[in-house]
Ligand binder design. Structure first.
Ligand code: CDP
Length: 230
């Protein structure tokens, strides 16, 4: 069993990051946002693609050996902080905001379905788990990356509730967002995350399912803490 890892998987907007941050704080673990690694790899490749004279699509280009070979020059670093707000650095540049644009969110699927990029991210996650106690949120942590994690949770909620939460979260950040549009985006992301051939999103057999539709954030946190305490 990997004593250093608690896995928290689930679809977009199921509340994983907020819950993971708070739990990490309570139990003295670091929070690790694994999606941020996929975002940073996407940003890295997207910039290279835009700077190249390639006439094709990004989707096709990421499958070429030129793109695949370039990944060895991407150095991604995650900085932990006391508030558990991960800062992500790409080759020394703080890209914590740049990885969250709608454009990057749309393009991630072309990276997340390629074995080479997933192996690259997983190697980083394994190195970090050797050094730190981590609560990781993601899609495949309990199934693929750390099937031996100490605890596994799977958070879920209806797409309507998840879209409602995302819209509110964006409003709080001063960003106007259309809830129907967000729900459509969530639907498409669920589809590509659950239907991809490599490391699709699903609940591990031994993961504890938590439906956050019917539970408040605080109830979810208490429930997880109670289980961890047993
Ligand atoms: O925070 P949000 O729900 O928007 O997503 P994220 O955690 O930042 O992850 C962005 C995307 O990265 C997901 O939709 C997945 O396609 C991919 N991802 C993945 O494939 N495996 C992970 N362990 C984490 C994220």
């Amino acid at each position: 069993m990997n004593e250093n890892v608690i896995a928290l998987d689930g679809p977009a907007g199921s509340g994983k990051s907020t819950v993971a941050r708070r739990i990490a704080e309570k139990i003295g673990y670091n929070y690790l946002d694994t999606g941020a690694f996929y975002r940073a790899v996407t940003l890295y490749l997207h910039r290279l693609f835009q700077g190249s004279s390639n006439a094709g699509t990004f989707e096709d280009w990421v499958k070429t050996s030129e793109a695949k070979n370039s990944i060895t020059d991407a150095h991604i670093l995650c900085e932990f902080s006391s508030g558990n707000e991960n800062r992500i650095f790409l080759n020394g540049e703080d890209v914590s905001l740049a990885i969250r644009t709608p454009e990057i969110t749309r393009e991630i699927k072309h990276i997340a379905n390629q074995r080479i990029y997933r192996d690259f991210v997983n190697k980083e996650l394994h190195s970090l788990a050797k050094l730190h106690k981590l609560i990781m949120d993601g899609r495949d942590i309990g199934t693929e990356v750390f099937p031996d994690a100490r605890f596994k949770f799977f958070l879920t909620a209806s797409s309507k509730i998840r879209a409602e939460r995302r819209t509110l979260q964006l409003k709080e950040q001063g960003i106007e967002a259309d809830q129907d549009e967000i729900e459509r985006e969530i639907f498409l992301r669920d589809k590509s995350d659950t239907e991809r051939e490599i490391a699709p999103l699903y609940q591990a057999k031994d993961a504890i399912l938590i439906d956050t539709d019917i539970l408040s954030k605080n109830s979810v946190i208490s429930k997880i803490l109670e289980i961890l305490d047993r």
